[in-house]
Design a protein around this ligand. Sequence first.
Ligand SMILES: *Cc1c(COP(=O)(O)O)cnc(C)c1O
Length: 354
Amino acid sequence: MSICPRLEINKQKLVDNTKYLVDLAKKDGIEIAGVTKVFCGEKDIAEAYVLGGVKYLADSRVENLIKLQDFDCEKVLLRLPMISEADKVVKYADISLNSEIKTIAALDKAASEQGKKHKVIMMVDLGDLREGVWKTDAVKYAGEILKLDNIVLYGIGVNLTCYGGVIPNESNLGELVNIAEEIEAKYDFKFEIISGGNSSSLDLLMSNGTLGKINNLRLGEALVLGRETAYGKDLEEIHQDPFQLVAEIIELKDKPTVPIGEIGMDAFGNKPTFVDKGIRARAIVAVGRQDVNVDNLIPVDSKLSIIGASSDHLMLDITDSEHDYEVGSEIRFNLDYGTLLNLSTSQYVAKKIV
Ligand SMILES: *Cc1c(COP(=O)(O)O)cnc(C)c1O
């Protein structure tokens, strides 16, 4: 028997997803940065992206980029660097996303000390209101960055559908391209990268066939869960289940659906309510809120339903299932992005590549 609970990673499915999206984007001259943060930059998993043909590996944390250092593709730091980590950023990231001149100056100093040039993608805020130089300041800001000797203004980028939920379209991505062209004309150079966002830009690419002069996308969720994120649609051509949670049944009994006695609070201080469905077959599986946000787990056996969970126990109603579950049987779950993130960071959940 394999260890439970475990996050099972089907590497071939991840390679398939990557290859499909890399090829799709390539038709429009777009290179993919494979985003590894949702699986904490684990090298053996990230290898699937490399096999699938991504040009860059990208993560929001330097700790994760360190795990990826043996791959010979360029590494991108996605989260704006902290000034306190400038040395490490220059050491382990070839490229970083930036919006603060004070930070870029610190990177310039670190690069000088390490005898390196550090590449910067200037992030522009087109209205989603997470990171980025405000769009009307972008041209001037680029001029400031270009004054630094050890910094290469390598690209310009935008992040959408993260905080504000703004959907990428021809108008806002067109605006990014316009800003890029204005900067190129004014300072007489060419951006290597014009990065048009994350998995939320895929729907536009797939419906339009083009994103204009955008030549880079940073994809995480689309690769790991086969889904675009502007509307949350599954991409039918690829897999939604390269990652699954597997947990083990530790109790299996018929029980009533309404507790017996006066109802106070549950383990998390909420007053629970119940619908009487009579006696039902219930399974307890050994996984709980300590490991994962159980509310978004999707049982692969669609006849199972989640009744509730405490820190270490997940209760399932298995009455309608056609499978003969026993104590010791394994139950599989499909995942959403947040749930996958929880599982990746949980020290109680084993990771197994199959
Ligand atoms: C996480 C992240 C991405 C990837 O987003 P997905 O929706 O998972 O594709 C891209 N860019 C930045 C800056 C990020 O932080």
